[in-house]
Design a protein around this ligand. Structure first.
Ligand code: ZN
Length: 243
C-alpha cells in the first residue's frame, strides 16, 4: 500500500509505499497464520476501503502473488487447512483476508475483540465490520499466551496502537523472531522511538515499543509491521538474514 509517511512517523512529510505481510507457521500440531492481510477484493475494488479510499492506495495483485490465500495456494498450502489465525489487531489490512481462512480459529486479545464495534474506528474505516465477524471459532485471550504450550509461538500483549494489539514471538530452528505487527511499524519506530500520530494510548505505545526492544536485546530478530527496507532485505536474503 501507499499512504502518508506522517501516519507512521508523526510530523514526517511525503508518502511511504510498504508491505502488508502475512506469516504462515508450520507446527507439528497445525498450521498457524499470523494476520490475514488485505481483503482479496481490494485487488479490483478499492471502494471497499470506504473513507480510507484515497488516503490509502492498495497495490494488491490479483494473481497468485497477491492476497494471503493466493500466495499460500501458490506455495502449495490449502488455506482451508490453516487451523488458527493469530490476529495482531483488527485493522482492515490485518483481517481483510480472514475470508480466505474459513476453517481457522481466531486467536485475538479479548480487549481487541471488544473494541471491534468502536464507533470512531468503524467510522474512520480502520475497522471494517464486514471483514471481522465472519463466524469463525474464536479464542479470546487476555495478555501473553503460549499457543501450543511449548514456547514455540507466543502472543505478547503490545496494546496502545489499538485496544488489544498483540505481537507474536516465534522460536524456530533458525532463531527467534518477533512479528511486531503495528506496535512497531518501522525500524525507525524502535530506534528513534518515533511514534505515529494516532493510537488508543501513547503511553501504552511507548511501553510496547520498549518491549520490542527488550525482545531484541534478548536475541530475537524483530520483523517490523510495515517496513519496506526490511522487507526488501528479507526478499533478497531470507528471513533470518533480513530481520
Ligand atoms: Zn494497524
Amino acid at each position: 500500500m501507499t499512504s502518508a509517511l506522517g501516519g507512521f512517523l508523526e510530523g514526517e512529510t511525503g508518502e511511504l509505499t510498504y508491505p502488508v505481510p502475512v506469516f504462515l507457521i508450520e507446527h507439528p500440531d497445525g498450521l498457524v497464520a499470523i494476520d490475514a492481510g488485505l481483503h482479496p477484493e481490494l485487488a479490483t475494488d478499492s471502494g471497499r476501503l470506504g473513507p480510507l479510499d484515497g488516503p490509502f492506495r492498495v497495490h494488491l495483485r490479483s494473481d497468485g502473488t497477491g492476497s494471503a490465500g493466493a500466495v499460500l495456494r501458490t506455495a502449495g498450502f490449502d488455506p482451508a487447512q490453516v487451523d488458527q489465525v493469530v490476529v495482531t489487531h483488527l485493522h482492515f489490512d490485518h483481517v481483510g483476508g480472514l475470508v480466505e481462512f474459513p476453517n481457522a480459529r481466531l486467536v485475538v486479545q479479548a480487549a481487541e475483540w471488544a473494541a471491534r464495534d468502536d464507533e470512531a474506528m468503524v467510522a474512520s474505516g480502520a475497522y471494517n465490520p464486514d471483514d471481522i465477524d465472519l463466524g469463525h471459532d474464536r479464542l479470546e485471550i487476555a495478555g501473553d499466551h503460549d499457543i501450543f504450550g511449548d514456547g514455540s509461538v507466543t502472543c505478547l500483549l503490545t496494546d496502545g496502537h489499538t485496544a488489544g494489539h498483540q505481537s507474536v514471538r516465534v522460536r524456530t530452528e533458525a532463531g527467534t523472531f518477533v512479528i511486531c505487527g503495528d506496535c512497531c511499524y518501522l525500524r525507525r519506530t524502535l530506534v528513534d522511538e518515533h511514534l505515529p500520530p494516532f493510537g488508543v494510548s501513547r503511553e501504552r505505545q511507548v511501553v510496547a515499543v520498549r518491549r520490542m526492544g527488550v525482545e531484541q536485546s534478548r536475541g530475537a530478530s524483530l520483523i517490523y509491521g510495515h517496513d519496506p527496507e526490511q522487507w526488501e532485505a528479507i526478499g533478497k536474503h531470507g528471513l533470518a538474514a533480513g530481520a
